[in-house]
Write a protein that binds this ligand. Structure first.
Ligand SMILES: [Zn+2]
Length: 385
């Protein structure tokens, strides 16, 4: 065919084969399939590769190489898109539903299935708008997800959505944390997503969203605790069989965020520069290490999981003191950690003088405090520091 746009204006349900060739067009799909006759599939003719080349086009606004607006039952398979440059860097070369809103003011469901093949030299960005999805892949396509999503919307429904819209084949399931960040709903004050329950979970508690087995937590004062948020729900028992049936992998995700009112927690908390307890726990404290090695063993022996993921990102006292963190406001330079007895012992074993290190951080505290109060060193920060 001479122009892809012709097919995009006239195709009927079934497969519209696109012959081998390089098509220099910006294509707008103006047809729909339907539930009874099925989808319209635009795909390369068997054994050939059609290429949509956008070298000579400079799209404006939210224009894409392939724009699908208010159409449904469309599939695009095995068509290579190359040399596309977006007007805005966030945009994707394929923009189903991007024009006119994201499902809100549309009465049709548009699902575009696209396999983005090699795109040498193209400034492609990942689809960030619309419903672009990928075909089943040998590569890991994962998503981080908490128990609350399955509770709110139903396990099978959530898995359907992840598979159909994202081609997801791996779940990074938040199983242990007392933190809301990876296991709760949206952070209060931020906009709720366009699906799920439209309320903030202000009573979030956290803990182990599966079932802790006490035999694995013997050499630690930290007590294993089932997260009370969803009654007796064991999220691994709930999700594992459903995911396996679909060939999806489940990776247990855990992070070291604890509540400050847990029994014995003060024995494991870090000590800051001035010897005060902080909410974070100390990695050089054996109670901490034994708790997490017990948790890992519990996950591995009690459930048929595909892996365990440790999270999340942490950094040391120097960056914390300087305020080089995503915390708002930044951590107080007097509250940097850790100066507990176990860290002192570990430092000495490694030939580090912990008292001298502490002196250095006390000086840094003064420097940072002065800086935050607007007292700029006369020689500039880098020279003085
Ligand atoms: Zn410590």
């Amino acid at each position: 065919m001479a122009h892809l746009q012709y097919a995009a204006d006239t195709a009927r349900p079934g497969t519209a084969d696109v012959r081998c060739g390089i098509y220099e067009e910006l294509v707008s799909i103006n047809v729909s399939g339907n539930a009874s006759d099925g989808a319209i599939t635009f795909k390369s003719y068997p054994g050939e590769t059609a290429v949509l080349d956008a070298t000579h086009f400079t799209p404006s606004g939210r224009q894409g190489v392939l724009t699908i607006h208010n159409q449904s039952y469309i599939r695009i398979e095995d068509v290579e898109i190359r040399n596309f440059h977006t007007a805005e860097h966030r945009l994707a070369p394929l923009l189903p539903e991007a024009i006119g809103g994201f499902m809100h003011n549309s009465d049709v469901t548009c699902r575009a299935f696209m396999k983005l093949t090699a795109a040498t030299g193209a400034s492609l960005t990942m689809p960030s708008l619309g419903q672009a999805a990928v075909s089943p892949s040998d590569k890991m396509i994962g998503i981080q997800i908490g128990a609350i999503s399955f509770v709110d919307e139903g396990t099978e429904k959530v898995l359907d959505i992840l598979q159909e819209r994202g081609g997801v084949n791996t779940l990074f399931l938040a199983v242990f944390t007392y933190g809301r960040g990876i296991a709760g709903r949206q952070i209060p004050g931020y906009p709720l997503p366009d699906h799920g329950r439209q309320v903030y979970d202000l009573n979030y508690h956290g803990g182990n969203f599966a079932t802790p087995h006490p035999q694995y937590y013997k050499n630690t004062v930290i007590q294993p605790q089932h997260a009370p948020d969803h009654g007796n729900l064991d999220i691994l028992e709930e999700v594992l069989p459903a995911a396996k049936k679909r060939g999806m992998k489940v990776i247990c995700w855990m992070e070291d965020v604890f509540r400050k009112n847990l029994p014995n927690i003060e024995q494991v908390q870090e000590r800051d520069l001035h010897g005060r307890n902080q909410e974070t726990l100390c990695v050089n404290n054996l109670n901490y290490r034994n708790f997490f090695s017990g948790l890992v063993e519990d996950f591995a022996r009690s459930y048929d999981v595909d892996g365990i993921m440790w999270g999340s990102e942490r950094q040391g006292a120097l960056c914390d003191s300087l305020g080089a963190t995503h915390d708002t406001p930044p951590i107080d330079p007097g509250e940097v950690t850790c100066f507990c007895q176990f860290c002192y012992k570990t430092a000495r074993e490694r030939g580090i003088n912990p008292d001298r290190a502490r002196q250095g951080f006390l000086e840094l505290e003064k420097f940072v405090r002065a800086s935050r109060n607007g007292k700029r060193p006369s020689d500039g920060y880098f020279v003085q520091f």
